[in-house]
Design a protein. Sequence first.
Length: 307
Amino acid sequence: MNNPEVTFTGFDNTNLGKQTITVNYHNLTTSFDIEVYKLQEIMISKTPSKLLYIQNKDDLIKDGTIKLVYSNNETNELEMSNTEIILSGFDNSTIGKQTITVSYHNLTTSFDIEIIEPEAFTISTLPSKLLYLQNEEELDLTGGTVSLTNYLNEVKTIEMNDSEITVSGFDNTILGEQTITLTYLDLSISFNIEIVLIENINIKTLPTKLTYQKEKDDINLNGGIIEITYNNGKKENIKMTDSNITVKNFDNTIIGKQNIILSYFNYETSFDIEIIEKNNLIILIILLILTIIAIIYLLRSMKWKKH
């Protein structure tokens, strides 16, 4: 169709809608349809991942997207990093909320960010675990939180295991105290943990269940607690149901007393249980009830004799 003898008529890009284009060649004609439409609106389809900025430190992150809406209801999406998109209104020297204007082909939309100057970056709650076995346990920040306080004294609480917090300083191969450093938005804070060795473990509280029916009951350690003594003199209590505890010597096929061994990182302690016949428990309950009835009858008989 680039032939100079071919001419086109009917095209007017100032009028929206369908148009018929006529193709002329040596007094012969044919035609085809086109549609003229325009970009009608732009809107934010995904805000950038970063909306909170430290004064005079952070640059604007442009990983959001905008939606392009055309007059024929078709849509398209563009990354805010596209060179044809202009973002304006960002000033990291000015504290407070800011509206970032997104411009594309004379159309605009916007989203809000905030520039802060933290007055405090503090530890709100220490993690539940502060003692770690050498060469055995990995850092666990569960339960730990930090607080970020801005210029309006508004406090934002963040869990220490948040993906935006980076952690350094942990090495479970070295005995002794270690300083764990948490970094968030170029701010850092730290707390201490300790890498230790076990001296011994002991039974502190026996499990609730100590009698088992033959070939019926499985081991039940609920209620049981082990006390761990470390090389630094500190003690820690853990439940017998802890996933790091393994049980040895339980066999519900053999009647009699059994010594149950609990192993925790190759350290062991033990307690006794008893395996009884399946029906023994029922018999014991019946005997107990009969004994109680006999005692009540005896007490009443003594009372009648006094009268």
